[in-house]
Design a protein around this ligand. Sequence first.
Ligand code: UN1
Length: 479
Amino acid sequence: MTETITLSHHVAGRAVTGSTAFEQSNPALPDDLRVEGPEAAPDLVAEAVAAARGAVDALASAGIEARADALARIGRALAAEADRLALLIARETGKTLGDSKGEVMRAARLFDFFAGETLRNVGERFASTRPGATVEVDYAPVGVVAAITPWNFPIAIPAWKIAPALAFGNAVVWKPSEISSATADALMKIIAESGLPAGSVNMLLGAGGAGKALTEADGVDAISFTGSVATGERVRLAAAQRSVRVQLEMGGVNGLIVMADADLDNAVDCAVNGAFFAAGQRCTATSRIIVEEAIADRFVEAVKAKVATLKIGDPRDPATQVGPLAAPRQKQLIARQVAEVEGTGLKPLFGGSAAEMEHCFYAPTLFDNVSTASTLGQEEIFGPVAGVIRVNGFDEAIETLNGNRFGLSAGICTRSLLHAEEFKRRARAGMLMVNLPTAGVDYHAPFGGTGASSYGPREQGRAARTFYTILKTSYQKAL
Ligand code: UN1
């Protein structure tokens, strides 16, 4: 029997209902779960921003220890409810149960980490050049932060925006993707129990219209966005027009270099994990595998053999390694991009349009002999699709790696320390992985890219403070 979840917005600690504007159900799980929700109109956005504005003062009055305790409580609740939440993510978005559980635990750790950061927000005090005077540097809250988050990490990405925002004294108006709103609602319910002042986190539902209204709302002091390049560019323009602080995490056409001296088994694992796990729906996914010609044939055969062993299927089954895509529109988009690649004469080594799969599943697909100038070399395909680019030598590998406008994550598989060091120096990317997959990042380290992938200060780790605080420099002279 299909379960239907009807969602409401959360504003100032209250549920706000509205007529159904969107629906989500993963077609790979027929008759399992149907989620429906309303779309926030500009007047409700204004109400949420006003509630958040009031909460900024309430958060300051509550003090840092109460805030730290609340964040720690959220972290503990997430960990305690990880199994329930993981199943909801799997049912709503098609993410495998294992990945979903890992993600919930990552979110728990993020709240825990930023609980600690709340108490470590120390400034500086030093002597002024003017005798008798001092200088103080404080990290003050920015104010009202708008967070716009995607469906592919429906609980971890909101966690790495909401947790630091609260840690540093900001209130949040959050617009999750309509594809993962039930998961967002589950997180909101845990936040509501944490003891934070009402309005500290407000959640507005809806699709692009609600997101646009939020980026254009009066009273928003900063916008943190994770999503597509196209939407990110619109958010950047809206923010620039109003001089609002903005942080964007968008796509990547991430490359993994495989040198001839690599540990072949590990290189295959890195490539298969990066390209095909999470059905390729990670902005850090590997879409270009840049292989030295000398081992390319052996490597490609080994990747093919490994992919043949992957268990693709029901995301709720703990044994499943690759689940379906999140929504039919994603499948249509990928099918169109793959058809375009095939139209240029390239034939996939496996997968592709001939490997038609039912519902929202898309077969892992690998093209060989791809060129940097091709669609696969230049455009993000947000699915289990990658291309092998054959190169001769390290210099050509690095030049190829840097051959598009993106720069989120890059990897190299090599046993050479010299090549590993040179790679870290010359690769144009924010995240650099040596003998590890391009996807999969820690919560206590800075995350972000360069080029068209990212804009603004880094997320996560201690570096998150830069975006979520304003530096206040005070001069004081005792009389
Ligand atoms: C990861 O690789 O662990 O949307 C995280 C995304 C990224 C997060 C990737 N912002 O896929």
